[in-house]
Design a protein around this ligand. Structure first.
Ligand code: VGL
Length: 182
C-alpha cells in the first residue's frame, strides 16, 4: 500500500508568507494531479505556538490557527485523509512529519499497511529532508517527488546537498510523470 505525504504546503512557506520557498506555490498543481494515484493522502502542518525556541532560528511562521498556518488555498483538501501537526511545543523544532504530536504518523501509516511513502511539499532542505530521512529509518520505502517539492536555497547549493543526503540514506528521487504512468 502506498501513501502520499504532503509536507507543510502552508501559506507561510509560499510567496507572500513569512518564510517563503520562492516557488512554493508552483508545486500545488503538481500535487493536486498526483492525489488520484494514491489511496491515502496525509498532509503535515507546521503548527507553532506564539512563543517557541524555534523562532530563535527562524522568523515567526505557521502560528497555530493563523492564516500563515493554513494549507495553500489552491491545494485540493477534499482528498486529504489525515493532517499531522508538528512543532507544537515551545521547544519543539518539528522539522519531520514523524514528530507530529496529534497522531503518531508511523503508527497511523503502519496500521493502514503503508509500506511505500511518496513525499512532496516544502522545504526540500528542512522538513521534506527530515521527513524523508525519518521515513527510511522507520522502514518505509521512501520516494521524494522531484517536481512536487520546493526549496528555500538560503545558501546556494543547499537544495542539491539535501538531495544528495537523501539519496545517500536510501531515498529514491522520482518524478510525478513516472508516478502517473504507474
Ligand atoms: C521549515 C524552516 C523552518 C519547513 C519549517 O517546513 O521546511 N523550514 N521551519
Amino acid at each position: 500500500m502506498k501513501a502520499l505525504l504532503i509536507v507543510d504546503l502552508q501559506n507561510d512557506f509560499c510567496p507572500g508568507g513569512a518564510l517563503p520557498a520562492p516557488e512554493g506555490d508552483m508545486v500545488v498543481p503538481v500535487i493536486n494531479s498526483l492525489m488520484h494515484a494514491f489511496p491515502l493522502v496525509v498532509a503535515s502542518k507546521d503548527w507553532h505556538p506564539d512563543k517557541t525556541a524555534h523562532f530563535s532560528s527562524w522568523p515567526k511562521h505557521c502560528i497555530q490557527g493563523s492564516w500563515g498556518a493554513e494549507l495553500h488555498p489552491g491545494l485540493r483538501q477534499d482528498v486529504i485523509h489525515q493532517v499531522a501537526l508538528k512543532g507544537t511545543g515551545d521547544k519543539d523544532e518539528g522539522y519531520s512529519a514523524f514528530e507530529a504530536t496529534n497522531i503518531s504518523l508511523e503508527r497511523y501509516l503502519k496500521d493502514l499497511s503503508v509500506d511505500r511513502l511518496y513525499i512532496t511539499g516544502i522545504a526540500i532542505e528542512y522538513c521534506v529532508k527530515e521527513s524523508a530521512l525519518d521515513s527510511v529509518k522507520k522502514g518505509f520505502r521512501t520516494y521524494v517527488v522531484r517536481d512536487a517539492v520546493a526549496g528555500v536555497e538560503l545558501h546556494e547549493g543547499d537544495v542539491e546537498k539535501a538531495f544528495r543526503e537523501m539519496e545517500h540514506a536510501g531515498v529514491k528521487i522520482v518524478t510525478s510523470v513516472e508516478i502517473s504512468q504507474g
